[in-house]
Write a protein that binds this ligand. Structure first.
Ligand SMILES: [Zn+2]
Length: 148
């Protein structure tokens, strides 16, 4: 899924479960489960050479990631004191994708990164249809907004 779904999901989990020893690992775990839901993300098309990595990187760095921060801020921090755990939850919700970045964009292939890539890929189900691929992510954000 996109960072706009993963980041706020991690922040949501941490905001609901006060023990970080439980909530932070859960935020990471939920990332893998969310990736199992058929979705569209900025990496769509890379595998079949339909999209360039640089295009995907620019979309991630200048659109998806900043929007994830803005949405998390608006949902959990707007008019509130700074809450480190909200941002740790945001980070934990995105950690599996952050671990992928060196391998994907810098071609850094450490054996542990390769192992994680296979593990992450096993969960990952992306689809090219933007409507059906974005719908579960929009539903996630609406659910977080409602239940926060
Ligand atoms: Zn992922």
């Amino acid at each position: 899924m996109l960072s706009i779904a993963h980041g706020p999901s991690g922040a949501f989990i941490v905001s609901k479960i006060s023990n970080p020893l439980v909530s932070i690992p859960l935020a990471v775990l939920i990332h893998y489960l969310q990736d199992r839901v058929p979705h569209w993300d900025v990496g769509q098309g890379l595998t079949h050479g339909l999209k360039r990595k640089s295009h995907s990187f620019i979309q991630e760095l200048f659109l998806d990631l900043p929007l994830s921060i803005i949405i998390t801020y608006l949902l959990f921090q707007h008019n509130k004191d700074f809450n480190l755990f909200v941002w740790l939850g945001w980070f934990a919700g995105l950690l599996p994708d952050f671990i992928e970045f060196p391998r994907l964009f810098l071609k850094h292939n450490h054996p542990l990164l390769e192992w994680h890539h296979k593990f992450h890929k096993w969960f990952h189900v992306s689809i090219p249809n933007k409507f059906w691929g974005l719908l579960p992510q929009i539903a996630t954000l609406l659910a977080i907004t409602y239940f926060k």
